[in-house]
Design a binder for this molecule. Structure first.
Ligand code: ADP
Ligand code: MG
Ligand code: MG
Length: 926
């Protein structure tokens, strides 16, 4: 059977939307050509050709592909007037990789292909610049040798350095044409020596080898690791395309240049072209960070006409793609070419700002603006910054290449960074420059510091993509990888020394500098307000103190979904009262302690209600096992032991004192022996500790998490819940008296049967009556139940007769559904379960949709059978995770509640959930 698929498209013909087939680079080269931008002529060999080739046992390109390549090369010759393999005016091409997903630097590209001894003469004649020609040749031999023939860089570097030494120059730019010619000759020998074959002279043979090599780079280790790390599945990108592009030269003199640009600032989002360029240089020089490039702004004075053309290019790219673009350009003898464009990778600050501004400029709608930011990315905005008050003196300064600050131990290579990172150590990767093969070191590091390269160097681009702080091109630092040291002036950094880097300013500090959390820009508030408009889920916060509550409001919380009252008990001055309540022998004694706690709780609740007014505040009644407030048994036994000793000592001292009195009865003076203490005091202390020990023993449980806690406590000691309920309702009444609209909600934990709710409800009703008549106000609040017990989920229909709302406590519910105790699971077997793929994720971090989620969705349905408009929320840690939020949306929850700083993430995730749903329903605009 013959393969009738079309494997090759000229840039004029390829479908710019089909990135799966043509790769992102290829598709955009086609599209740019078709909208009339100046792209050097070329063609794309499809990803299907790549996959077919990779599957071929004989390592042959699919039949017909090379014929078609020859045909396309003839077309290029026509378009350019040059000859491939020609001894005069030779056509040179680049052979470039590019898959559907951008994987910067992960696959290979070969430049200047088509050069050999003959065409080299043609290039010299054509350019009139033999230095340029030999430079192109030696670059081609090395790149081709490395990528296509597998010859290591070191073999070339050795020869290169030898010639440099001989010529007595240190910078590459000072090498003469003769030096470069010698380098080329030596490189040809390297190829022959290392591969056993002479360098392939036939350009068409070079091209075929190069195409195969680029295809192979798809399955190279670097690319495979990268896809695994970023979860790039075959559905997202499958195979790389090959782009064969006519070479244009930015190194033909001072009217030539090469550079990269962003249509907006990728770190701030500012609406202004950002970029870097080098005059008289080839493209790879900018990216590799070999020379430190100039800011694009400098071109305004250096090449004003071209600067204007570049601005024109920038605006055409944005109006066409309606997204910030990251593009590569080359100027050959005054003519501007665009070599690549793709959607710009930006940090979150820039994404947020451009989202808001591009909506206002009419370039995108609100829906697109929201969907282009992954909710988790907002975490970047919570990154620590250096405390502005910190008085640290920077040791060195580089370029602020990726914002945020990081502290860690200096390490000088990626492998070590990975090793140390794995043990939980915080590290900063310090390199002269980074290369794609350092990628695993990035993952393990808190931040990256390089001594060479610009803001578009590999280190900078990759760090920004990962949202990790990076300082690049800190030229004051001399890195010696072999000695594992770096030198800055008189200072030395050894491996393991603690460094702080500030990717926002470019400063580098020795030691750990204090940090501060970031806050929110006006643009983020605007964006999140748009998110709230489309979201169906409300987002609440978990907060236990009035301060937390006030902070949650700043983050945009629409209420408090969980206030854990026991957190309020744990402060220094309150704990003794709580202990008194627990140790009370009878109801009156307990009541006396509770009477002391009442005003404390009331004022806490009042603070919370005020801070949140008029938003709802959900107060959970006391939940944890009560022995959590008492000392441990062992601690008490030890203390008792010491007290018993002390009692003997005290007695002994008193006996001694009496004896001395007796012995010196007749003398004028006698020695003094002090009374240590009244033995009765020690007895009393012992007595108290004994009581506490008895109590602790009585309260001790085999499995406290499943023991006497939550509503069970409330039922055995109703006066505790009564006090808490009174505190909430009195706080509300006082607020109402102050003219503040408040909406408290009382929530009962650990419920498994409606009978429990009935009991608590009775207390609520009677307290309500008392408070209303005392304050002369009418209280408006809700009474509800946690759902964190499997039985409660199954009996939700019945529970809903008493509960006006439900809130899933997914931590406990997950423990209950799996019969795992979280601590034991996470410490003992969960990692192994994940490794062996028995469980894909940790269910305590990622909501187990299939099991726990099923319970939840059943419970929602059951509950709403009784109470159709029932409010149902989630208040476990899962409530702040985008994937769980999507699920909560899908089963019709009313709200999610999460920790304050995750509220913005949850708001955006709630919007995404709603937008994805409308997308599925085929509705296109908001
Ligand atoms: P990457 O995916 O690593 O960016 P590219 O295929 O874009 O790889 O190429 C690497 C470098 O070579 C880039 O700077 C690019 O602009 C430059 N380059 C690629 N093709 C050409 C060409 N035909 N003429 C001039 N420079 C080129
Ligand atoms: Mg590129
Ligand atoms: Mg719980």
């Amino acid at each position: 059977m013959t393969d009738t698929r079309k494997f090759i498209y000229a840039f004029e013909d390829g479908d710019g939307k089909n990135k799966m087939l043509l790769g992102g680079k290829g598709a955009n080269l086609c599209e740019m050509t078709q909208i009339g931008l100046n792209v050097p002529p070329g063609f794309v060999i499809t990803t299907e050709a790549c996959l077919t080739y990779l599957a071929d046992p004989n390592d042959e390109l699919p039949p017909g592909v090379m014929d078609e390549v020859r045909e396309q090369m003839r077309n290029l010759e026509q378009k350019t007037g040059k000859a491939f393999g020609g001894a005069s005016n030779p056509l040179l091409v680049s052979v470039r990789s590019g898959s559907a997903m951008s994987m910067p630097g992960m696959m290979d590209t070969i430049l200047n292909l088509g050069l050999n001894i003959d065409t080299l003469k043609g290039l010299i004649a054509e350019s009139g610049n033999d230095r340029f020609a030999y430079d192109a040749f030696r670059r081609f031999i090395q790149l081709f040798g490395k990528v296509a023939l597998g010859v290591k860089d070191e073999a070339f570097d050795e020869e290169f350095d030898a010639v440099k030494d001989k010529a007595g120059v240190t910078a590459d730019v000072n090498l003469s044409a003769r030096d470069l010619r010698e380098i080329s000759d030596r490189f040809l020998e390297v190829i022959e020596r290392e591969t056993g074959h002479p360098f392939p002279e036939d350009p068409m043979e070079q091209l075929e080898i190069a195409i195969k090599a680029v295809f192979n780079s798809w399955s190279g280790k670097r690319a495979v690791d990268y896809r695994r790390q970023f979860n790039i599945t075959p559905a997202m990108a499958n195979g790389t395309a090959v782009n064969v592009v006519t070479m244009v030269f930015g190194n033909l003199g001072d009217d030539s240049a090469t550079g990269v640009g962003f249509t907006r600032y990728p770190d701030t989002g500012e609406n202004r072209m950002f970029g870097e360029y080098l005059t008289n240089a080839q493209g790879e020089d900018v990216v590799a960070g070999i020379r430190t490039p100039k800011s694009i702004d400098a071109m305004h004075d250096e090449m004003p006409d071209l600067y204007r053309e570049l601005q024109e290019l920038r605006s055409r790219l944005e109006t066409h793609y309606k997204e910030v673009q990251d593009f590569e350009f080359t100027i050959e003898k005054g003519r501007l070419y665009c070599l690549q464009t793709r959607n710009g990778k930006m940090n979150t600050t820039a994404l947020v700002r451009t989202s808001v501004e591009m909506v206002r400029e009419g370039l995108m709608d609100k829906r697109q603006a929201l969907l282009r930011i992954h909710p988790d990315m907002l975490e970047q905005l919570l990154f620590p910054r250096l405390d502005p008050g910190a008085k640290a003196k920077p040791l060195a300064k580089g370029l602020p290449a990726s914002p945020g600050a990081a502290v860690g131990r200096a390490v000088f290579d990626a492998d070590r960074a990975e090793q140390m990172g794995r043990t939980g150590e915080r590290v900063i990767l310090v390199r002269e420059e980074t290369k794609p093969e350092d990628i695993h070191g990035f993952f393990a590091s808190q931040g990256i510091l390089t001594s060479r390269g610009g803001k578009t160097s590999h280190a900078a681009v990759v760090a920004r993509g990962m949202g990790k702080p990076c300082v690049a091109g800190a030229e004051g630092i001399v890195v010696d990888v072999h000695m594992r040291k770096a030198f800055i002036g008189d200072a030395t950094i050894s491996e393991g020394d603690i460094l702080t880097i500030d990717g926002t300013s470019g400063n580098v500090y020795l030691g750990a500098v204090p940090m501060k959390a970031a806050d929110f820009s006006g643009e983020l508030e605007t964006l999140l307000a748009w998110a709230d408009e489309v979201a169906r889920l409300k987002v609440m916060a978990n907060a236990d103190t009035p301060d937390d509550a006030a902070r949650a409001v700043k983050f945009g919380a629409q209420g408090i979904g969980l206030c854990r009252t026991e957190r309020m008990f744990n402060s220094q001055e309150r704990l003794p009262v709580v202990v008194e309540m627990i140790l009370a022998e009878d109801a009156p004694a307990r009541q006396a302690a509770l009477d002391k706690l009442l005003p404390i709780q009331r004022s806490d609740f009042k603070g919370m209600l005020k801070a949140m007014a008029p938003r709802p505040v959900t107060v959970r009644l006391l939940d944890p096992p009560i022995h959590e407030f008492l000392p441990t048994e062992q601690q008490l036994v030890d203390e008792l032991d010491q007290l018993e000793h002390l009692r003997d000592t005290v007695l002994g001292m008193n006996v001694l004192s009496d004896t001395i009195e007796f012995m010196y009865r007749t003398a004028d003076t006698h020695p003094q022996v002090t009374h240590l203490a009244d033995p009765r005091l020690v007895d009393e202390a012992i007595e108290r500790k004994r009581t506490m020990l008895q109590k602790v023993r009585a309260l001790s449980e085999v499995n406290p998490m499943l023991g006497h806690r939550g509503v069970r406590l409330g039922i055995t000691f109703p006066e505790i819940y009564a006090m808490q309920i009174r505190a909430v309702l009195e706080a509300a009444a006082e607020c109402i008296k102050d003219g503040i609209e408040v909406h408290p909600e009382i929530m009962v934990p650990q419920v498994c049967t409606v009978q429990e709710l009935c009991r608590v409800k009775q207390i609520v009703d009677s307290v309500k009556k008392a408070v209303e008549s005392y304050y002369g106000v009418e209280l408006n609040f809700k009474f509800g139940s946690m759902l964190e017990v499997v039985r409660a989920c199954m009996r939700a229909e019945s529970l809903a007769h008493e509960a006006e709302f439900f809130s899933f406590g997914t931590n406990d519910l997950t423990q209950a559904a799996f019969s795992f105790s979280r601590e034991d699971a996470e410490n003992k077997f969960l990692p192994m379960y994940n490794e062996k793929d028995i469980l894909k994720d940790n269910p305590f971090e990622v909501l187990d949709v299939k099991g726990v989620g099923k319970l939840m969705s059943l419970a929602v349905d059951f509950g709403r059978r009784t109470r159709p408009d029932m409010k149902v929320g989630i208040c476990g840690e899962h409530g702040g995770h985008p994937a769980s939020i999507r699920f909560c949306h899908s089963i019709g929850l009313t709200y999610v509640s999460c920790s304050g700083p995750r509220v913005p993430i949850a708001r955006l995730a709630a919007a995404h959930a709603a937008l994805d749903e409308t997308k599925r329903a085929g509705i296109q605009s908001m």
